[in-house]
Design a binder for this molecule. Structure first.
Ligand code: SAM
Ligand code: SF4
Length: 334
């Protein structure tokens, strides 16, 4: 019997407690669905939030209820001084969890330092287990580095190690079972993400789109799975499953086919200092401007409150021809 992912339990009332912080808009890969090879206008360095500004803004966000921060990008590990920043971020009172999303290219070098900085959880993005295909998807011949980075992260004791796979029909859907099989050998959480039509996501189309339900059908061809409930209210929107003999987990992120906006607990702070209430809405609140004009904490707190208040209940993104966000995923942070 195939599982209908829409039988998922109702999610509770949302509390906005999760900040995705993009530390840079630059990247050492050029994923076909995220960042084109040419024509990307990177933000000038002086228009990017300094680490000091980020630390201050996180403190203010914590005062407004944020309990978890995920560092993202662009590729966070390409920014100089990132591990030192993590150490300082770890001293923020009131933060329960700091995690990281990386493409893994520099993880071999930095995994131990990141772990020492107190980070327990890491998400590594990897869309293929085939080196040649990796080159085709990312424009760089760096599969080996990423795989070694994953092994190094395992060695350094990250738990769990989550592997993010953006599933795209005709590109890597034939590897869904290969990724799922990894959970028999490794304690990894393999998370399949539906391809989203964000600016730069070259070639998004209904014909390329593969839904979580279709992905789950392919996963189930390997054996019986059972659903695992999400434990804490800091957990993301994944539907989680495990094989009977699996040691890792499968996660399905229905970014498109099931609007989880009503349960979305996230704010996003872009590297150039703008707060976004929703990945799919171009409404942004300028924080860096008032901050650099010397506005007091109360003013910034009001802006954070405003961003929280503006979180939409829904995005009707799949029911109509998808509108693309003006920003690229790499500058929002995913
Ligand atoms: N560079 C890091 C990485 O790739 O893990 C962090 C930033 S990246 C923007 C964050 C996540 O967004 C990655 O897992 C990536 O696969 C995902 N992503 C980027 N563009 C996407 C798209 N169009 N649809 C779905 N996921 C996307
Ligand atoms: Fe870079 Fe991540 Fe975007 Fe790929 S998905 S281009 S690794 S920011």
């Amino acid at each position: 019997m195939t599982t209908n992912i829409r039988n998922a339990p109702e999610r509770g009332r949302r509390v906005i407690n999760y900040l995705r912080l993009s530390v840079t808009d630059r990247c050492n890969l050029r994923c076909m669905y995220c960042m084109p090879e040419e024509g990307v206008n990177f933000v000038p360095h002086d228009a990017i939030l300094s680490y000091e500004e980020m630390l201050h803004l996180v403190e203010l966000c914590v005062r407004k209820g944020i309990r978890k921060v995920r560092l993202t990008g662009g590729e966070p590990l390409v920014r100089k001084g990132f591990v030192g920043f993590l150490k300082n971020l770890g001293k923020t009172e009131g933060l329960d969890e700091i995690s990281l999303t990386t493409n893994g290219v520099l993880l071999k070098e930095f995994a131990a330092g990141i772990r020492e900085a107190g980070i327990l959880r890491v998400n590594i993005s990897l869309d293929t287990l085939q080196p040649e295909r990796f080159f085709r998807i990312t424009g760089r011949d760096l599969f080996k580095q990423v795989w070694e980075g994953i092994l190094e992260a395992e060695q350094a004791g990250f738990n769990p190690i989550k592997i993010n796979v953006v599933a795209i029909k005709g590109i890597n859907d034939d590897e869904i079972v290969d990724f799922a099989s990894l959970t028999f050998e490794k304690p990894y959480h393999i998370r399949f993400i539906e391809h989203m039509p964000v600016n730069g996501s070259g070639g998004w189309g209904h014909d390329r789109f593969i839904s979580s339900n279709e992905i789950l059908n392919k996963v189930e061809s390997l054996g019986e799975i059972r659903r695992i409930e999400n434990g804490s209210n800091l957990d993301g929107p994944a539907n989680r499953f495990i094989f009977k003999k699996g040691i890792g987990e499968i996660g399905l992120i229905e970014a498109m086919s099931n609007h989880f906006c009503g349960a979305c607990n996230r704010l996003r702070l872009t590297a150039d200092g703008h707060l976004r209430s929703c990945l799919f809405s171009d409404n942004e609140i300028d924080i860096i401007g008032p901050l650099r004009k010397g506005k007091d904490d109360d003013t910034i707190l009001e802006l954070i409150e405003k961003a929280i208040g503006e979180k939409p209940e829904n995005h009707e993104i799949l029911s109509q021809e998808p509108r693309k966000c003006v920003r690229r995923m790499s500058s929002i942070g995913g």
